[in-house]
Design a binder for this molecule. Structure first.
Ligand SMILES: [Zn+2]
Length: 459
């Protein structure tokens, strides 16, 4: 019998491009198939990571959740010849139906905009690739073993990160008996306003653990007070509060909090624009799924309702352009959350130059993204080849994170009945990986290693 092994194709020493290949006899299974995001050097891997031979040899993908850094290269491997199954929960599938074609559309636009001089440069993939790969999905319910091939099965558990997000336990029949390998995917923290807490992980031999916040603790104070204060500032100045948010997860949490503040009389009713067609569709999916939600869904409506009273949906591009010059006070929520592209850049281009406006970051900003640069105090920023002098106030709230922080991760691991034989850390930047590695070794006495890209580990 061949020794089963796993190889980290992405999210090793970095927070994007999640993809781990498991080889078991002739079977090749990917856990996640994420896109690399951030600086060009990292993004280039989206074009080079898979070739036709590798893509067409993959039998199945087990998807942990819909975020693009975990799902975004599914259309790419489809384009290269992958025709296996993609397993996911129902909500992850519903979100992918919106997110993958949207991601493809952005790729096509990018190719037109930036590579018009270089005709040889095709988009990473097309909307057709994205739509076609949706036909390969098969929905798997949580807590049910599903056998992909004799001797190789898996089950999902709630990860509490976004709607549908799950951690995965894989069971592999080896020469020495059954080996259990678990992947945390992205893990939630139980402090979110809409999404339930992660479930406990059952006993496992190997644990592949995300480390995004491995070196940090999030503010445990609710974000309401700070949001109330920022809203009152823009009401006084007539400015705009611009919130870059991930279309799925954070956007819905922010709307929920604004609604709550308004209902309690903490903020006045001012226009709240959601300028992201994808976020609008994702919001509708949130209204139809109650499995992961702390809120109640009655006849297709959330109780209490999700949106503030003066909530305005912006779908058309011309309305989005008009909004960049609309007078305040107003709140604009738009994607992408780390300013890696999308409509948010047009809003920032006009709003950053005025002192009365406020930009509020509510999620993790990866290294070298425009979001991280702005957040760390850069006063001149380049958007669409234009230099913008930052006069607006830049604020951050990290208590809205959808990720577990360092304490949450250590606690989650410590709750496993029997310590795992080996913990492999991925999905983190070097500082976070090292800190979490240290804590797990010395606080929980575990055998911990940090995943290296393209390195294989026997199972
Ligand atoms: Zn995620």
């Amino acid at each position: 019998m061949l020794q089963p092994k796993m190889t980290f194709l992405g999210a090793a020493g970095t927070v994007t491009g999640s993809a781990t290949l498991i080889e078991y006899q002739k079977l090749k299974v990917l856990v996640d198939c994420g896109m690399f995001q951030g600086p060009k050097k990292i993004r280039e891997q989206n074009f080079s990571l898979y070739d036709k031979q590798l893509a067409s040899s993959i039998d199945a993908v087990i998807l942990t959740h819909a975020h693009i850094d975990h799902s975004g290269l599914l259309p790419k491997i489809y384009q290269l010849g992958f025709r296996g199954k993609i397993y996911s929960t129902q909500a992850t599938f519903d979100l992918c139906k919106v997110m993958l074609p949207d991601s493809a559309y952005l790729q096509e636009e990018d190719a037109k905009r930036y590579h018009s001089s270089d005709k040889s440069r095709h988009p990473l993939y097309t909307v057709d690739d994205a739509n076609a790969c949706l036909g390969l999905f098969e929905v798997i319910h949580r807590k049910q073993w599903f056998e992909i091939a004799p001797g190789f099965g898996f089950q999902y558990f709630r990860a509490g990160h976004i709607l549908g997000s799950s951690f995965v336990q894989i069971s592999i029949q080896t020469g020495n008996g059954v080996r259990l390998v678990s992947f945390s995917g992205d893990l939630g923290n139980g402090r979110q306003y809409m999404i339930k807490s992660p479930e406990d992980l059952p006993e496992t031999d190997d644990l592949v653990l995300e480390s995004t916040y491995g070196d940090r603790l999030q503010d445990r104070n609710p974000p309401h007070q700070k949001i109330k204060q920022l809203v009152s500032e823009i009401c006084a100045s007539g400015g705009a509060l611009v919130i870059p948010a991930f279309a799925v997860g954070r956007t819905q949490e922010i709307l929920h909090i604004l609604r709550e503040l308004e209902q309690n009389g903490d903020i006045p009713s001012i226009p709240v624009f959601l300028d992201s067609p994808m976020a609008l569709e994702a919001t509708d999916i949130y209204l139809s799924d109650n499995d992961d939600l702390k809120l109640e869904v009655k006849e297709g409506k959330l109780i209490p309702p999700l949106s503030p009273s003066n909530f305005q949906r912006v779908r058309k591009m011309e309305d989005s352009i008009r909004l960049t010059h609309t007078k305040g006070p107003l709140i604009i929520i738009s994607a992408a959350g780390m300013l890696t592209g999308g409509r948010i850049l047009y809003h920032l281009k006009t709003r950053l130059a005025e002192a009365r406006n406020i930009v509020l970051f509510v999620g993790y900003q990866a290294e070298d993204t425009k979001g991280r640069l702005l957040q760390s105090g850069l006063r001149t920023i380049r958007i669409h080849k234009e230099q913008i002098h930052v006069k607006a106030k830049v604020e951050s709230i990290d208590s809205l994170s959808a990720h577990a922080d360092s304490d949450d991760l250590v606690e989650w691991v410590s709750r496993i009945n029997k310590p795992p034989k080996r913990v492999i850390l991925n999905h983190g930047e070097p500082k976070a990986l090292n800190a979490l590695c240290y804590r797990l070794r010395y606080e929980l006495d575990l055998d911990v290693i940090i995943a290296k890209q393209n390195e294989s580990y026997n199972l």
